[in-house]
Ligand binder design. Structure first.
Ligand code: UT7
Length: 329
């Protein structure tokens, strides 16, 4: 029997309606549209407004739309991997909450936290269950309500992040389409530069941690930028070399959307022209686990069966990696 690959057979996304523009941010912190645009490429981002709404509430419409597209019901799902850094609550897993909300009665699931590289870790992990023959339908969700962990008085971080969620379905394919290879890396010594100080077992919530905004993202931008720009480009080039791919062989680069300058550097290193790079950072900012899935969703109509895609990401941890896949439909 020919090898089983895990192929993406459906993709969908959801972004909240509220648009937080650079102009509105100018009224909140000491910043300006020109600085944000030239340093990051971001013009606006989406924010999930409303009491009692969490990351899973963005996943529900994303996944329900995906199931409809694929023509299957939620109880056909075997496994849900929810990649997020902003789970609805510390436990139980948002994967379980989502399963309950959509009626995925036969699925087991768990959350995966690898910050901005989470969705790639999820694809690589979920693929194993398909390749082994263990499961037939694995749902990979990437989503974050970043606005729940952002200090909107901190101009260094509040201009970057947005809310959003995307999802893909993985199914077995024996015709050579699907996930061909992945390279995943991590280096925990990078944690001082990008982390959330409080709320974990190291520093549980207290009045002091709340007053000091320690439940919000802490990022030392320049340090992260240096690691990100090198490592994301290197790991994208590495997976091309490993699979004997030239720039001509690549139909699309699907990069994590953290900073337009990091995306451009990765494309340059790969020798891929800007017409082959999926970029929506100007409209959504950095949605952490959501970025790559949201790109696939928005570009779905342009993708052709057999297209070679390179997915690449870098994030907190540090975590980074790349995935090479052949589009299956
Ligand atoms: O997705 C997870 C991984 N994360 C990343 O990949 C993010 C990587 N880092 C970055 O994208 C960039 O470092 C940032 C966009 C976060 C910052 O851009 P930068 O070019 O590295 O700026 P900087 O931090 O070096 O700051 C330059 C100047 C500083 O002023 P002085 O010291 O030169 O007077 C900052 O205080 O810009 C100032 N600044 C701002 N000015 C206006 C910082 N934030 C702002 C702001 N508006 N929002």
């Amino acid at each position: 029997m020919s090898k089983i690959h895990a192929a993406i057979t459906a993709v969908n996304g959801y972004v909240p309606d509220y648009i937080l523009t650079n102009q509105e941010l100018e009224t909140m912190v000491d910043t300006n549209d020109e600085w944000i645009t030239s340093r990051t490429g971001i013009k606006e981002r989406r924010i999930l407004k409303g009491e009692g709404l969490a990351t899973s509430d963005m996943a529900v419409p994303a996944v329900e739309g995906l199931l409809k597209k694929r023509g299957i019901t939620a109880d056909e799902l075997d496994l849900i991997i929810f990649c997020t850094s902003t789970p609805d609550m510390p436990f139980p897993a948002t994967a379980n909450i989502l399963a309950d909300k959509i009626g995925a009665k036969n699925a087991w699931g768990y959350d995966l936290n690898a910050a901005c590289s989470g969705f790639l870790y999820g694809i690589a992990t979920g693929s194993q269950f398909i390749e082994s023959g263990k499961h037939k339908k694995v749902l990979i969700v990437g989503g974050d309500k970043m606005s729940s962990i952002i200090n909107y008085q901190d101009r260094v971080t509040c201009i970057i992040f947005g809310d959003g969620c995307g999802a893909v379905l993985l199914e077995p394919n024996t015709d050579g389409y699907g996930v061909i290879d992945s390279i995943l890396k991590s280096d925990g010594s990078g944690r001082p530069y990008l982390h959330q100080k409080a709320g974990g077992s190291l520093k549980p919530a207290s009045h002091e941690t709340v007053d000091a905004h320690e439940h919000a993202v802490h990022q030392e931008g320049q340090a992260v930028f240096k690691f990100a720009v090198t490592n994301m480009a290197d790991v994208a080039a590495e997976i091309m070399d490993k699979n004997n791919l030239t720039a001509e062989d690549i139909a699309w680069l699907v990069p994590h959307q953290a900073n337009k300058r990091i995306i451009d550097a990765t494309a340059n290193r790969m020798g891929v022209g800007s017409d082959k790079v999926m970029i929506n950072i100007e409209r959504y900012g950095n949605t952490t686990n959501g970025t790559i899935a949201l790109c696939l969703w928005e570009w779905e109509s342009k993708l052709k069966k057999g297209d070679n895609l390179i997915l690449a990401a870098f994030g907190g941890g540090f975590t980074w990696g790349s995935v090479y896949l052949k589009w299956a439909y």
